[in-house]
Design a protein around this ligand. Structure first.
Ligand code: NAD
Length: 377
């Protein structure tokens, strides 16, 4: 099987998400890193690309140069990953999609709802893939949960409780550290801090696992560290199209919670629980019965959970391999082969609408508002 050519923008040396993309894209032999504009500092980016084995003529100092030169090549990249800071996602994703490239964009896909609508429209008119890296949806046991819900194992879903609450920005003495401060600065982060950063992962997971979409929401935002203009803690109540009640808590001041991402789904005949820090297990409790632990790698799992597990039972795979699962399905889609679900620009659009509507709700003391983007109402 011929490897696909892969390009990366951002994700330079020392970046947070870059390594997960490099491990993920290359884990199954589907993609080879062929080109990159990896850093905001052109020379650093080129040097790091060379270190990673990118040929000198495809180690670019800038994404515009990469776009121009890749377009002119016969063996142009088959997929471009955008892993730069948030405010650049729209411009870069739009330019590459319009030029006929497939794109995997980091979340949030854009800063504005109309920008997200534009990306969805461009992906649709060009027929190119625009995926968004909601990688938690690609953990094998999340797929198992989704299948259990779809199969009716817990009956109609009544309530979803989802948290993405960590404590890594909880130290007030560190609040002015430039690596922390920008996240709560509207000039750089946009209209929302913690909800746009982590809350949208949680909301996406609630939709993915339940197979339903958020219809309306009510938000309470707080800046627990008062110098922050944007929220570092948010409680978002939501209702889904099918009537499910959602409770979402996201925080960056929850000291003691580490990654802090967990989801519980409560149905009429049972409940399910998954926790990103123990991702190999799903807890299942049938009504009136005992709690059972369903383990990645054991017999009888759904096809999706089995397909996306690589190593034997009880061995961890974890975050980079969840990202790898997104790339597995992207590779199949690019090759025109059957593939599983991956998050798309439409998911990115729904998130951006939810962010802006949550901000509007929080400003109106938690008034209930329509969470959907205009085009999907
Ligand atoms: P970071 O600050 O650690 O790294 C950003 C990288 O992008 C750096 O290497 C920087 O030099 C480079 N860069 C900046 N501007 C650039 C430009 N114009 N052209 C080329 N390179 C440029 O940031 P991070 O934490 O890795 O986050 C990057 C993105 O990934 C953000 O949008 C973030 O929301 C997202 N993210 C997603 C997840 C996830 O779970 N899906 C996790 C972490 C971060």
């Amino acid at each position: 099987m011929k490897r696909l050519n892969w390009g990366m923008i951002g994700g330079g040396k020392g970046s947070q998400i870059g390594p997960a993309h490099r491990m993920g894209a290359q884990a199954d032999g589907n993609f080879a890193l062929a080109a990159g504009a990896l850093d905001h500092d052109a020379e650093r980016g080129k040097a790091y690309a060379a270190e990673l084995g990118v040929a000198p003529d495809r180690a670019y100092g800038d994404w515009r140069e990469m776009l121009e030169k890749e377009q002119a090549r016969e063996n142009r990249v088959d997929l471009v990953t955008v892993a730069t800071p948030n405010s650049t996602h729209f411009e870069i994703t739009k330019a590459f999609l319009q030029a006929g490239f497939n794109v995997l964009c980091e979340k949030p896909m854009t800063m504005q709802v109309d920008e997200a609508e534009e990306i969805v429209a461009i992906a649709s008119s060009t027929g190119k893939i625009c995926a968004v890296n909601y990688c938690y949806s690609a953990y094998p046991m999340v797929r198992e949960m989704r299948q259990m819900v779809a199969r009716g194992d817990i009956g109609k879903v009544r309530v979803i409780v989802v948290n993405f609450s960590h404590g890594h920005h909880g130290d007030a003495a560190d609040a002015d550290n430039p690596r922390v401060r920008w996240r709560y600065d509207p000039q750089i982060a946009g209209v929302s801090g913690q909800f746009a950063d982590c809350g949208i992962h949680a909301m996406h997971l609630a939709s993915f696992v339940s197979g339903d979409q958020v219809r309306e929401l009510s938000a309470d935002f707080a800046s627990a560290i008062p110098s922050r203009a944007l929220e570092d803690d948010a409680m978002v109540n939501f209702r889904m199209e099918g009537g499910t009640v959602g409770r979402l808590w996201t925080s960056s001041v929850a000291i003691g919670r580490q990654h802090g991402f967990d989801i519980q789904v409560f149905g009429e005949t049972g409940g399910l629980k998954w926790w990103a820090e123990q991702p190999n297990q799903v807890y299942y409790t049938p009504v009136g019965g005992r709690t059972q632990i369903i383990e990645k790698g054991e017999g009888g799992l759904s096809g999706e959970a089995a397909r996306l597990s690589r190593v034997a039972i009880a061995h961890p795979e974890g975050f980079p391999m969840a990202v790898a699962n997104i790339y597995v399905d992207l590779a199949a889609a690019i090759r025109g082969e059957p593939h599983g679900a991956f998050p798309t620009a439409e998911d990115g659009l729904r998130s951006m609408a939810a962010v802006h509507q949550a901000v509007a709700s929080a400003r109106q003391a938690g008034a209930w508002v329509d969470a959907r983007p205009p085009s999907l109402r």
